[in-house]
Design a protein around this ligand. Structure first.
Ligand code: ZN
Length: 258
């Protein structure tokens, strides 16, 4: 993809209005990665199928405005469905063959059920050679990221395929991500990460300038669909336009292999 505009690496467009999308276009966005997330855990396989179809439909809805939509499907740790898990996994497998990303998957509390769901999904991404966007929780982040890395090692998936998202500027976390050669996701959102935190990270860990993918995680909760555009101003004034542009567009394209 030959791109000049912003690429948001993680959001939930099904919760964005037409006005939000128009604002993104007018602010210089080329596209975004829209990920699966159902606030209510699916009560049946067909309900999850409808969610995945809804995500695919976003290609049409947003495409009309000229936005490129990269779709991720997967079972989020906060939305683990009731019922026979194998059926939901094989449905996810069916849709993984039609999309570009596995996500949003990950761990929230790190219990056995979550671990099982994550392992099964990572195996499929490894087999299909698909990039994976991994959610991390607000609390207990360091311990949970350790658990995630254990699972990645166990499955033997290439670290080139895996982005650990919602990171914070914690040296312990950043060391783990760097030493495992993973991609680093930061959500520019109130209560998560500010643009100045990212400036600090890149100044302290210059090697991460090629591994960081920024996103707004916009959708259901207080968030700004043009957070990346706003962050770009701050990033370029501190880091220069070349590095700033990597963080808001080029790295995402490299991670997605577009
Ligand atoms: Zn999300």
């Amino acid at each position: 993809m030959n791109s000049m505009g912003f690429i948001d690496g993680h959001l939930h467009s099904i919760f964005l209005s037409f006005y939000d999308l128009k604002l993104m276009v007018d602010s210089g966005y080329d596209g975004f990665v829209t990920l699966a997330y159902t606030p209510i855990p699916p009560s049946s396989v067909s309900s999850l199928r409808d969610h995945y179809e809804h995500l695919l439909f976003e290609k049409n809805r947003c495409g009309v405005l000229g936005l490129r939509v990269i779709v991720g499907v997967g079972i989020h740790p906060r939305c683990i469905p009731r019922g026979k898990l194998e059926d939901y996994i094989s449905l996810t497998r069916e849709y993984l063959e039609q999309v570009e990303v596995l996500g949003e998957v990950g761990l929230e509390t790190g219990g056995d059920a979550e671990l099982g769901v994550l392992e099964k999904q990572l195996k499929m991404a490894k087999e299909l050679d698909l990039p994976v966007i991994v959610h991390t929780p607000r609390s207990n982040k360091i311990a949970i990221v350790k658990k995630i890395i254990e699972v990645l090692d166990k499955i033997g998936i290439s670290s080139e395929l895996v982005l650990i998202d919602h990171l914070t500027p914690s040296p312990l976390l950043l060391d783990m991500v760097l030493s495992h050669r993973l991609w680093a996701g930061f959500s520019i959102q109130e209560g998560k990460t500010r643009a100045m935190d990212v400036v600090w990270v890149v100044e302290k860990y210059p090697e991460l300038a090629d591994r960081i993918v920024l996103n707004s995680d916009s959708g259901l909760y207080p968030s700004n669909p043009i957070a990346l555009k706003n962050a770009y101003e701050v990033l370029s004034s501190h880091l220069g336009r070349v590095d700033a542009y990597k963080l808001v567009s080029l790295n995402a394209l490299r991670f997605l292999r577009l």
